[in-house]
Design a protein around this ligand. Structure first.
Ligand code: DGJ
Length: 733
């Protein structure tokens, strides 16, 4: 018999979601209040000790009509708080009603347990292969006055330390309401002195790890740029002060959504923590008529009792195994040469052919034609929206060039920026109304480009048809889907004035719809995401795009920080990472070619430079790196990652990856600054079998797993900054 993942104590109304790793407990308490009891390491049975202490607190009110002063919704840890129910925490949901009020009083109504996991239509989400790998608890809360029902969805997987959560609001009343905020989840912690870890950043400086103590007050980590953004990735971890990479508790929350998001962390008057995750309520206002429902995006909640590294590994396997759907998710990712930093806009077919020829000689597997191949685009001031080949650059057509690339044995990739429009374009001449703008106002340019109103079906259809014409030639193997500005001038022409608060979310739903259509129509094309580098690097995009360009900063040393932050949540196969020229074009730093290769091999390796201009020595290095990478990419792209040393806290960065079959290990160590009297350092490996022996493929020395883990190996003492070393060990017994 299949073991149940959810048990219910009918009498005490206690719900227990459990597998061999975690438990999540909730209960119904006084006044039909859904109370949060516990999320953490697995407990076999729950015996009721977490009944929240009843204490009379001044200025924390009580249940309507009750004389019991010791019970308050303001202090009890809850699963979902709303405005107007004597709970002063930041509400998870705010709903404006016909009479102008926003007060709700949610009470427990009933529950349902379903095998598997319901699909969230139109939204990316974690999926199940079959119904026996997960179970879903749906707890329904109701507001009697309005007839609103809130279905709180909790899915637990059999083999993962993960709970997924989302909320469906159903209007079963008679009147329309306005949703002003609907978080996808809330969780309250009692008696925990957590710190936050977030991934803030900027363009060319994405996802750098930030760890902070939490003071009393409301702290928000958010984007209202219309996308998940470079500035604040949709992720938050709560950790104990003593939590490290390999020890201690870590709770991670990743939002499966690519638009405006908000993570609220509130430390209240009695040092309890209240966390909401969901669509940002900034400029959000959704009309819900009688009979309609609204489904929020999903949150992935991970628990680790072995520090941040285990949290990351759980996210990696979940995102790879159960968020990504592309047929390429398990395929070795091709080694790419991209012409962007090699030529920028200054190219034509004749100039590109030698790069393709050189790529062939060096063993590179795909040529990606970046920005500038369409319309009449010679700089970034025109042609977005005109997805027809630029004759001047490809006089014999794009197909002719694609054939040339294929004849050299390489695959052919093509850049698009489907969400954008230039004033200077045919699309704008024909459909000026497709440009998102507020009537009577001049829209703001960014990189001299504008947004398409993707919430509108006809706009999406136009772009889909244009792209389909090119893609159905059968000559395109890969798309790089870029997005080089954030949203502004928010207005959807199809919506009435009182529904403009739906525009941001409708844009994201429109984007997902377009991606879904392309995925369905062209499943054999590998899709890579990009938004001015890693500006839309989130679990939502992973559902459609199994890999994403990590950052426009290709400097190997900056990338150590960016890739480390990215790896907190996202698997290596999702990060594309290219070797570029030195001095680096973004920051002027000079780094050894070898180091650039080793750092780029952390993710999906590629080259972002003019292969025809390399020195003899660098050319040899490319050939060597390509050969080496082909041997190890199964391990580096799909293996288990261990972050051993961080350049944030030491003069080195070291990471280790163990192959899925446990037989091979890659270790990379990058030194930051050289010194006249260098300290002698060692690196100790982790996660090996202490009883097996491993051979270093370069020196052919053999070490016991216990030696590599306990004694470690000395790092080379080399002159010069930013030197790096890579080791490949193979188990021999
Ligand atoms: C931003 C991307 O991140 C770059 O790699 C390149 O594709 C440019 N856009 C092209 O405009």
């Amino acid at each position: 018999m299949v073991e149940k993942l959810i048990t219910v104590d009918q009498k005490k109304k206690i719900f227990h979601l459990h597998n061999s790793k975690i438990s999540y407990l909730l209960s119904v308490e006084d006044g039909g209040t859904l109370c949060h009891l516990y999320f953490g390491k697995r407990v076999n049975d729950y015996h009721g000790q977490l009944r929240y202490p009843r204490v009379d607190r001044g200025f924390s009110g009580n249940l309507p009509g009750s004389l019991e002063r010791r019970f308050s919704r303001d202090t009890l840890p809850k699963e979902y708080s709303t405005a107007g129910e004597m709970d002063y925490h930041t509400p998870a949901a705010i709903v404006r009603q016909k009479d102008g009020s926003n007060a709700l009083f949610l009470t427990y109504k009933d529950y349902q347990i379903v095998d598997g996991k319901p699909d969230l239509k139109g939204l990316p989400h974690a999926w199940v292969k079959n119904n026996s790998e997960a179970q879903t608890l749906i707890v329904t809360l109701e507001d009697k006055k309005t007839g609103l029902l809130f279905d709180l969805l909790y899915t637990i997987y059999r083999d993962r330390a993960v709970i997924t959560r989302s909320v469906k609001v159903r209007n079963e009343g008679k009147e329309p309401v306005k949703l002003e905020k609907v978080a996808s989840m809330q969780i309250d912690f009692v008696g925990r002195d957590f710190e936050t870890i977030t991934l803030p950043g900027a363009h060319a400086h994405e996802r750098t790890i930030d760890r902070n103590h939490i003071n009393q007050g409301i702290h928000a980590y958010q984007s209202h740029r219309g996308t998940s953004s470079h500035q604040m990735n949709p992720f938050l971890a709560l950790v104990d002060p003593e939590t490290t990479e390999f020890n201690g508790d870590a709770y991670g929350f990743a939002f499966v959504y690519s638009g405006n998001h908000k993570f609220e962390v509130e430390k209240d008057q009695i040092e309890q923590l209240h966390v909401n995750v969901g669509i940002n309520d900034f400029d959000f206002n959704w009309q819900l008529k009688a009979g309609q429902s609204f489904q929020t995006p999903e949150v992935l909640m991970v628990y680790s009792d072995h520090g941040l590294n285990q949290m990351s590994q759980t996210f990696h396997s979940l995102i790879h195994d159960r968020i990504m759907r592309s047929k390429f998710k398990d395929s070795l990712r091709p080694i790419v040469v991209n012409n962007w930093e090699a030529t920028y806009f200054d190219f034509d077919e004749e100039k590109l052919k030698p790069i393709v020829d050189e790529a062939k000689k060096l063993g590179i597997e795909m040529f990606v034609l970046d920005d500038g191949w369409f319309g009449h685009r010679d700089d970034d001031n025109s042609s977005l929206g005109d997805w027809q080949v630029f004759d001047k650059k490809f006089p014999q057509g794009l197909g002719h060039f694609a054939d040339y690339v294929h004849e050299q044995g390489l695959k052919f990739g093509l850049w698009f920026e489907p969400e954008m429009i230039s004033y200077n374009s045919n699309l704008y001449k024909e459909h000026p109304d497709y440009l998102m703008q507020v009537p009577g106002r001049q829209p703001s340019p960014s990189r001299n480009q504008y947004l398409l109103d993707l919430g509108r079906k006809e706009v999406r259809q136009n772009i889909f048809e244009q792209m389909s014409k090119i893609l159905s030639s059968g000559k395109i193997d890969y798309i790089k889907w870029d997005m080089n500005r954030h949203l502004s001038d928010i207005y959807e022409a199809d919506l009435p004035a009182d529904r403009q608060g739906e525009t941001y979310h409708r844009y994201v739903l429109g984007l997902y719809d377009l991606l879904e259509k392309l995925d369905q129509a062209f499943p054999d094309i590998l899709l890579e995401g990009c938004s001015g580098g890693g500006g839309r690097f989130d679990a939502g995009m992973a559902y459609y795009e199994p890999q994403i360009w990590c950052s426009d900063d290709s400097d190997a040393i900056d990338r150590l920080f960016i890739q480390e932050g990215t790896s907190l949540v996202y698997p290596q196969s999702m990060m594309t990472s290219h070797v570029s020229v030195s001095p680096n074009e973004q920051n002027g730093r000079i780094t050894p070619f070898k180091t650039r290769g080793i750092v780029a091999m952390w993710g999906d390796l590629g080259y972002e430079l003019d292969l025809t201009k390399l020195s003899h020595e660098d050319r040899e290095s490319v050939a060597k790196q390509v050969k080496e990478y082909k041997k190890i990419r199964q391990i580096t792209q799909f293996g288990k990652l261990y972050r051993l040393k961080s350049a944030r806290t030491s003069n080195q960065c070291a990471w280790e990856v163990i192959s899925p079959d446990q037989n091979e290990v890659i270790l990379s160590v990058v030194k930051m600054m050289a010194s006249g009297q260098p300290a002698i350092t060692k690196t100790k490996l982790v996660g090996l079998d202490e009883n097996r022996h491993y051979e270093d493929q370069d020196s052919h020395l053999v070490y016991g797993g216990d030696e590599l883990m306990n004694l470690g190996i000395y790092d080379p003492v080399e002159q010069g900054d930013f030197k790096a070393q890579m080791y490949h060990f193979k188990a021999i017994d």
